[in-house]
Write a protein that binds this ligand. Structure first.
Ligand code: FAD
Ligand code: AMP
Length: 479
């Protein structure tokens, strides 16, 4: 038997590495096991998020957005940039450098906080035992009073579109294209599909998104989803709803995709196809036989609201457990679990987890949609403010979108905030904090917002709940 630890974390994604750092900060002897091998052939920390998720996708989204701005928007502002072109190879190299710096940074944080990094594949073999098989195949068993499983998730693949070397790829493959394909198909109009579709559309691909559901972004407030769909369509994304992909065939350097929609069987040919139909928990081989950690019917590790599994002192967090598959949700669970292990009281507010789609403009939301609240029998009031009426949005050349606040009609408590607009992902933090503090729309309305800022739209939306917006004509009668 090798070293004994207070805590062993399996997986160094945003769930696992945060849990490990927090546990070590709280004085617990902590190790974190990671098996990811980076492009340099060495162990890479940071999980999906830093290696092939949040960060590389945002590096490409930002670069491709700046390209579009330089090409199409600078002229409006009186800037003549001449012939603007995109060097995709350089854009990719920049993305890889960011990934390398950040993943390498986690190893530095582990060192600084006294976390022992163990390279290899971890397996829970007992309620206090983790076996690690190192990259050379050597197995070592470690003892730990507490185990945190943070094994994350992997892309879902579907039988109609088996992945190929480079024609039919998942989100990871779509972060590695060396040029913009002429005709690009994306299966799934979820967050990842829209982000990756946007990147390549901006760089010149004709993008068709095939989405099985009839509704566009059903998790987003209806008004905001509708406006987002309109804006993405205007940018050239051909989003086909009610289009279920049923088959595909690789023909030379092309891929022919069959799908079924209301009109019947259809066929479309692409130069590349990205399959973005969701992610599934990654639990394969992580829990040894007979340990007793239960999975639910969808393959997630079953946990309660404090991330306890069915085995005492074994916890599970992040994408491998229920709840939204988001890096910040994983990290918050990591902090909560480390606090609990250290003997502190800790809990999470699952009702106030924000989501962001990093298209342009961004879409961000927290809490209930108007349709959810109504379906739950809650009488609501809403206030919305368009960025077209915002001075800062005009100055920024970003007048598309709106901010919307949803409140309980009886108490004025904020139930949700939904925004489509430039920097919506930054602005939504106001909604999160407001909800954490149980604020009313009046609390936001009475707060003093800096002028001129995009956030003033949130202030105006809060004022509009009672028909008191200043910078637009209110639809509701003032009291
Ligand atoms: P992961 O990040 O998946 O990390 C799990 C780690 O565990 C991995 O490093 C894996 O190698 C390791 N592991 C698994 N099994 C073992 C084992 N047996 N032994 C050792 N190590 C093991 N989320 C956001 O919040 N914002 C975004 O903008 C965003 N963009 C995304 C874009 C893309 C293209 C993708 C694919 C995802 C995106 N996500 C985003 C989702 C986000 O990446 C995940 O929600 C997040 O990474 C989950 O964190 P995690 O720690 O639970 O798991
Ligand atoms: P998300 O889970 O948010 O990443 O989104 C994945 C999307 O893919 C969902 O909106 C699904 O409806 C969609 N999807 C799943 N399978 C198919 C399919 N065979 N054809 C088209 N869309 C699909």
């Amino acid at each position: 038997m090798a070293d004994k630890f207070d805590v062993i974390v399996i997986g160094a994604g945003p769930g696992g590495y945060v849990a490990a750092i927090r546990a070590a900060q709280l004085g617990l002897k902590t190790a974190c096991v990671e098996k990811w091998i980076g492009k340099d052939g060495k162990t890479s920390h940071g999980g999906t998020c830093l290696n092939v998720g949040c960060i590389p996708s945002k590096a490409l989204l930002e670069a491709s957005h700046k390209f579009v701005e330089a090409k199409h928007d600078f002229d409006d502002m009186g800037i003549q940039a001449g012939d603007v072109s995109m060097d995709v190879e350089k854009m990719m190299a920049r993305k890889d450098t960011i990934v390398k710096n950040l993943t390498g940074g986690i190893a530095g944080l582990f060192k600084a906080n006294g976390v022992t990094a163990i390279d290899g594949t971890g397996k829970v073999t007992g309620d206090k035992q983790v076996e690690v098989t190192d990259p050379d195949g050597k197995a070592t068993t470690y003892e730990a009073d507490n185990i945190v499983v943070a094994a994350g998730s992997v892309p879902v693949d579907i039988p109609p579109t088996p992945l190929t070397e480079d024609l039919i790829v998942d989100s990871t493959g779509a972060l590695e294209f060396q040029e913009a394909p002429k005709r690009l198909g994306v299966i799934g109009a979820g967050v990842i599909g829209l982000e990756l579709g946007s990147v390549w559309s901006r760089l010149g691909s004709e993008v068709t998104v095939l989405e099985a559901m009839d509704d566009f972004l059903p998790m987003v407030d209806g008004t905001i989803a509708k406006e987002t769909q309109k804006l993405l369509k205007k940018q050239g994304l051909d989003i086909k709803l009610g289009a279920r992909v049923t088959g595909s065939e690789v023909k030379g350097s092309e891929v022919v995709v069959q799908y079924a929609d209301a009109k019947g069987e259809q066929e479309v040919t692409f130069d590349k196809l990205i399959v973005c139909v969701g992610r599934k928990p990654y639990t394969q081989g992580v829990i040894g036989d007979g340990v007793g950690v239960e999975l639910d019917e969808r393959g997630f590790i079953s946990v309660d609201d404090r991330c306890h599994t069915s085995v005492p002192n074994v916890y599970a967090i992040g994408d491998c457990v229920r709840g939204p598959m988001l890096a910040h949700k994983a990290s918050e669970e990591g902090i909560m679990v480390a606090d609990i292990i250290a003997g502190h009281k800790a809990e999470m507010n699952y009702d106030a987890i924000p989501s962001v789609i990093y298209t342009f403009p961004e879409v961000a939301w927290v809490g209930m949609t108007e349709q959810d609240a109504k379906a739950a029998g809650i009488e609501v009031k809403t206030g919305a403010f368009p960025f077209a009426a915002s001075g800062r949005a005009m100055a920024n050349n970003a007048t598309e979108g709106q901010a919307k606040v949803i409140t309980d009609a009886e108490t004025d408590r904020i139930l949700g905030m939904h925004i489509v607009g430039q920097h919506a992902g930054e602005m939504i933090a106001q909604g999160v904090i407001a909800m954490e503090f149980g604020s009313s729309a009046e609390d936001l309305a009475l707060s003093c917002y800096a002028h001129p800022t995009m956030s003033e739209a949130v202030h105006e939306a809060a004022l509009a709940v009672e028909g008191h917006a200043i910078h637009m004509a209110n639809r509701k009668k003032r009291k």
